[in-house]
Design a protein around this ligand. Structure first.
Ligand code: HEC
Length: 220
């Protein structure tokens, strides 16, 4: 009697187990899909822009820090002309490393660029001109976000102003602030260089970070 009782108890238990097992996977997939689509719907545009602004600040800050640290190290180890060679080889890979880490595109662009690869596109040109106007008028520049590619990409930009000192050794007056050996190195590596003659406080360029909307939502 006891054995039969146990068997009866076991049958519903086993069938319940299988039923749950198979239904669970279907349910979980459906649930995930629903969750994903509502996640996208739930994100409100203002929150998305606020997040993108903070994230852009963070990414540009990281890239800036990495560049300045390596630049200072290169100057102290190799002198300013040696550091030009170092920037030539390392500036773009350093920004690329930060870009890869966050799955976004990171550039430094300038109207008066040293590396022609840092020339701005049309949208970036408009933004650079607006930032330059503000600097000339003594107005403070705030980072900006523009929607591009039908809103699929959020373009974060932030002005880069020459703080003075160290930057002028390579971007200042070629007849006074840039040493002859450094200038020779700049001309050798960048025959089309436009990035000299800057003064402290002037707009040097801007960070341009293209953040796919999907990546921003994923990271919110
Ligand atoms: C040792 C020389 C040197 C110093 C010092 C230096 N730069 Fe540069 N800078 C370069 C070189 C070389 C490039 C081109 C890098 C490349 O090939 O991408 C460059 C490129 C740039 C660019 C990208 C746009 C362009 O013109 O190609 C910006 C922005 C910039 N520098 C800002 C600064 C600022 C701000 C400082 C001071 C914190 C500074 N640089 C100090 C050598 C220097």
């Amino acid at each position: 009697m006891k054995k039969i009782y146990r068997l009866i108890m076991l049958i519903p238990y086993v069938s319940l187990f299988f039923a749950c097992g198979s239904e669970k996977t279907v349910d979980r997939e459906t649930f995930k899909e629903i969750q994903k689509s509502t996640e996208i719907k739930k994100v409100n545009e203002a929150e998305l822009l606020e997040f993108t602004m903070k994230w852009g600040d963070q990414i540009s800050g990281e890239a800036q820090k990495s560049l300045v640290e390596t630049l200072q190290k290169a100057i102290s180890e190799k002198g300013t002309s040696g550091a030009v060679e170092f920037c030539h080889a390392e500036a773009l890979p350093i920004t690329q490393e930060v870009a890869d880490k966050h799955q976004v595109a990171v550039k430094r662009v300038s109207l008066k660029n040293r590396n022609p690869a840092n020339a701005p596109n049309e949208m970036e040109t408009n933004l650079l001109e607006a930032y330059a106007y503000n600097v000339e008028q003594g107005l403070e520049n705030q980072p900006n976000i523009q929607k591009v590619d039908n809103g699929e990409v959020l373009l974060y930009t932030k002005a880069i102003v020459i703080p003075g000192g160290i930057c002028l050794q390579c971007h200042g007056d070629p007849n006074a602030e840039i040493e002859a050996a450094t200038l020779a190195k700049i001309n050798e590596k960048y025959p089309q260089d436009k990035a000299t003659g800057y003064k402290a406080g002037e707009l040097r360029g801007m960070w341009s970070i293209s953040i796919p909307r999907k990546e921003a939502i994923k990271n919110m």
